[in-house]
Ligand binder design. Structure first.
Ligand code: FE2
Ligand code: FE2
Length: 485
């Protein structure tokens, strides 16, 4: 009889393992980089080389037409274009790998160049070169692509505008200065009204440069007043272009900006409201994780706002079965006590896939979706693995791992560590500083040994800084709790 019972148990275990494996292979593997959708939720797939060649030809044509077609202009423009392309490629090839692999980002990069050149041509022909909105396009590149690309835009577009306007040095200096001034302020832009500040800064930079040239004797007083007016108007044009184009490109190319992140951090957002009402434990855990991740991201010069907002949403997949997650079990009864460890592991690991599906349904951006699907990497759920080992020795730890992928960005890695540390530290009995320190160190070491950071560019130095930041934030949280008890 015992033998028969053992056989049934063995057969049931085998069946459960098979179901578990099948379910894991059913989980769709989402592309972590470069997945995006346009306004009509269709992928834009223009081969990178097609976009680049088209853009180079378009800019070359516009420059040649702008300065007048001749043998000399054809050669000079060709040299300028080659130098600009080489300069651009050298600057981004190693530093902007994510953007280089992203078709949409390349299309956006090319489109910004072409639109900017068209506007410069029109302004040059009908109004004044001093109205050319180099600052607006540099800032758009900085917000939608990266700060480095924003600075490259400021340099290249200033060169092109100068080339179109008889190589006037004052045009180059004015465009470059206003471009650099606004790009260096990109991190401070958190709401649409900040564009007004950007316009004022652009106008101010233009006025300063023009005043300098006036005192050098480059203009008469009449020309100075005239140019001054155009310099101020340039600031106003910058505001209008930013207000119109940023939301448009954010939507069409699914690009993440600080403004969009601030909008997503609003607790009235439907997903956050659902989390608050349906899974209050997870909601509280997400807010704590956000505090920890934000501080850690700041320390290693990463986008702290993305770390905060990504943390708010990282566990939205728990909305499907909130009661199966310990932080939402208010009654003290653990539903997993009655379940087979394999089933328990399946329910827990599914929250990553469920979260990704939910985020896509709510049209969340790629950066947030990547954080959701990578926040556990491929770590195993030790508690259920060990429970399964108590039942049988024939258990494979691979069956208890999250589906991954591992974090591909430093922000995802930070959220992963912050999430685990927050969850572990809340279970510490009488959380002293030594216990918190030991727990955080153990978690980071385990993840490192388990190669969870092998797909992202996080360094040992970063991990040390992140560890110290997390320890200090968590100690701050518990210190405050003890004080106000
Ligand atoms: Fe999670
Ligand atoms: Fe979590």
């Amino acid at each position: 009889m015992d033998n028969l019972f053992e056989k049934i148990k063995h057969w049931t275990r085998g069946l459960l393992l098979k179901i578990a494996k099948d379910l894991k292979t059913d989980i769709p593997k989402f592309k972590s980089v470069g997945r995006s959708k346009n306004l009509f939720s269709k992928e834009i797939k223009i081969p990178i080389y097609v976009s680049l060649i088209f853009t180079i030809i378009a800019i070359y044509g516009m420059l040649v037409i702008g300065i007048g077609i001749s043998c000399r202009s054809l050669i000079a423009t060709a040299i300028l274009i080659v130098l600009s392309v080489v300069f651009f490629i050298v600057q981004i090839q190693n530093k902007e790998k994510t953007i280089i692999k992203d078709n949409d980002a390349i299309v956006l990069m090319c489109l910004l160049f072409i639109i900017a050149m068209l506007i410069f041509q029109i302004l040059k022909e009908f109004l004044s070169p001093f109205l050319s909105p180099v600052a607006a396009f540099s800032l758009m590149a900085a917000m939608l692509l990266s700060t480095r690309i924003g600075i490259l835009y400021a340099v290249c577009l200033s060169l092109f505008v100068t080339f179109l306007n008889d190589m006037k040095f004052e045009v180059f200096l004015m465009m470059l200065c206003s471009g650099i001034v606004v790009v260096t302020n990109v991190q401070d832009i958190r709401k649409r009204s900040d564009f007004v500040n950007i316009g004022v800064k652009t106008a101010f930079a233009n006025v300063v440069i023009m005043t300098m040239f006036y005192f050098f004797g480059s203009y008469s007083i009449f020309q100075f007043k005239h140019n001054l007016l155009h310099g101020v108007l340039n600031g106003a044009i910058t505001i209008v272009i930013l207000l119109v184009c940023i939301p448009l490109f954010e939507k069409i190319f699914s690009r993440m900006t600080n403004i969009k992140l601030i909008e997503l951090s609003d607790f009235n957002n439907p997903l956050l409201r659902r989390l608050m009402l349906e899974a209050p434990g997870t909601y509280h855990h997400s807010i704590m994780t956000a505090d920890i991740a934000e501080q850690a991201a700041n320390i290693v010069n990463e986008n702290s706002l993305l770390a905060r907002v990504g943390s708010y949403y990282h566990d939205i997949g728990k909305l499907k079965n909130p009661k199966y997650f310990i932080e939402n079990q208010m009654t003290g009864r653990n539903l997993h006590d009655d379940l087979n460890p394999i089933i328990s592991s399946l329910i827990l690991t599914a929250h990553v896939k469920d979260g990704t599906v939910l985020a896509k349904k709510y049209n969340m951006d790629n950066e947030i979706i990547n954080i959701i699907e990578q926040h556990h990497g491929t770590t195993p759920i030790h508690i259920f693995y060990h429970r399964a080992l108590e039942i049988s020795s024939n258990v494979n730890i691979e069956d208890f791992r999250y589906p991954g992928p591992k974090p591909t960005t430093r922000v995802s890695a930070i959220v992963m560590v912050a999430d685990s540390c927050e969850a572990a530290c809340r279970t510490i009995y009488e959380p002293t500083s030594v216990r918190i320190r030991n727990t955080v160190e153990r978690i980071i070491n385990n993840k490192f040994v388990d190669e969870q950071f092998s797909e992202c560019s996080i360094t040992l130095k970063d991990l040390k800084l992140i560890r110290d930041s997390i320890i200090s934030t968590i100690m701050g949280i518990y210190h405050a709790r003890i004080l106000y008890k």
